[in-house]
Design a protein around this ligand. Structure first.
Ligand SMILES: *Cc1c(COP(=O)(O)O)cnc(C)c1O
Length: 357
């Protein structure tokens, strides 16, 4: 069935799959909503966005993104409030980062307007997919990839931009055991670590698999040159509470500029909590374990929000992180973020974008 809702053309599914979703058991990434937004880049510009049924697409096996990795993505969330309204958390910051990733990969910029029109249109059609359970949300996955069919190594002339939606439940993983990586690297300064480009994740599978075989959940990545400075944890930023200060590695080209990281640092400063963005050495973390000054370690990212860490293996020695307490910084800041999104605390930084009713 083809309907037209200016300005975006919407082709609706004949039958919604919403009834098949078990909202009491939302496994991350399992259910993709009925529709997706889709925009094509050709002849030097982005064309009109469309909303179409989520389905398989057909491509040439010579498509450049498959061979040379010209593909980037984003990850953000929409939340349903008690009054039924729907907000998206910090879309502008995600669009700015999407464009940094696109620029690094020689892919065409997507304007805030095109992005928001596409997002609003697909969210509007699939608004019933935004869950209302405590801690649940709708994960939004924009992806952009090269579609030109050509075996020669070149920058593609055509691209596709797609937005997928996926209802997710509250994050429940048990606290992670980490291994400080001193052999493999995720990325290096000057590389693509600050971009959310596909290759960064494929390249991390192998060292992560080895860490899992050794009994760890995630890797604590260190700098590529000396393995001396801490970069990130798995696919999240990492934060420490050391001597009653919030300490996190300062951004560089090997570290992803996380929206959750930025939100937590901003809220910490609002609370008057001392914040240090600087290089963090593996040695000082080890020293912090030994002298008791290390109080908390947690990962920060859109999927988990805050992921507590239980243990860090440093050069073969296991160190246990003190247990999370009700007054731990990570729980306070997580609650504040939650309250701001749900509208029960003031949104003083204008982070929420409301989907028109
Ligand atoms: C996405 C991502 C993060 C977290 O970023 P958020 O904007 O907070 O979701 C951190 N590190 C890496 C490598 C990532 O891909």
């Amino acid at each position: 069935m083809e309907t037209t809702t200016a300005p975006v053309r919407v082709q609706r599914v004949a039958q919604s799959r919403l009834k098949e979703v078990d909202f009491s058991n939302l496994e991350f990434g399992k259910y993709i909503s009925d529709h997706m937004a889709m925009v094509d880049f050709a002849d030097g510009h982005w064309h009109e966005p469309l909303v179409v049924p989520y389905s398989n697409l057909s491509f040439s096996p010579a498509m450049l993104s498959l061979h040379y990795g010209q593909a980037i993505f984003e990850g953000m969330k929409a939340f349903r409030r008690k009054d039924g309204s729907i907000i998206v958390f910090r879309p502008k910051k995600h669009i700015a980062r999407l464009n940094k990733s696109l620029d690094r990969m020689c892919m065409p910029e997507i304007s805030e307007e095109l992005f928001m029109t596409s997002l609003q249109s697909v969210l509007d059609v699939d608004r019933d997919w935004v869950p209302s359970g405590e801690g649940a949300s709708l994960y939004i996955r924009p992806v952009v990839f090269a579609t030109e069919a050509r075996l020669g190594v070149k920058i593609s002339d055509t691209f596709k931009f797609i937005i997928l939606l996926c209802p997710v439940g509250p994050y429940q993983a048990k606290p992670y055991k980490l291994k400080v990586e001193d052999k493999f690297v995720r990325t290096a300064e000057g590389g693509t670590g600050f971009a959310k480009c596909a290759g960064n994740y494929g390249g991390a599978f192998y060292p992560s698999k080895i860490a899992r075989e050794e009994g760890f959940d995630q890797i604590l990545w260190t700098d590529a040159k000396e393995h001396k400075y801490i970069d990130e944890v798995g696919m999240m930023n990492v934060l420490f509470v050391l001597n009653n200060k919030l300490v996190t590695p300062q951004l560089n080209t090997a570290i992803l500029d996380g929206v959750t990281r930025d939100s937590i640092l901003t809220l910490a400063r609002d609370m008057g909590y001392p914040v240090e963005e600087r290089r963090v050495t593996v040695a000082e973390v080890e020293e912090g374990f030994r002298n008791g000054s290390l109080q908390e370690v947690f990962g920060a990212g859109t999927a988990a929000v805050v992921a507590p860490i239980a243990l860090i293996n440093i050069h073969g020695t296991n160190y246990e992180v003190p247990a999370v307490k009700p007054d731990s910084f990570q729980l306070k800041v997580k609650q504040q973020l939650h309250d701001m999104r749900m509208g029960t605390a003031p949104d003083k930084h204008q982070w929420n974008w409301t989907l028109p009713a």
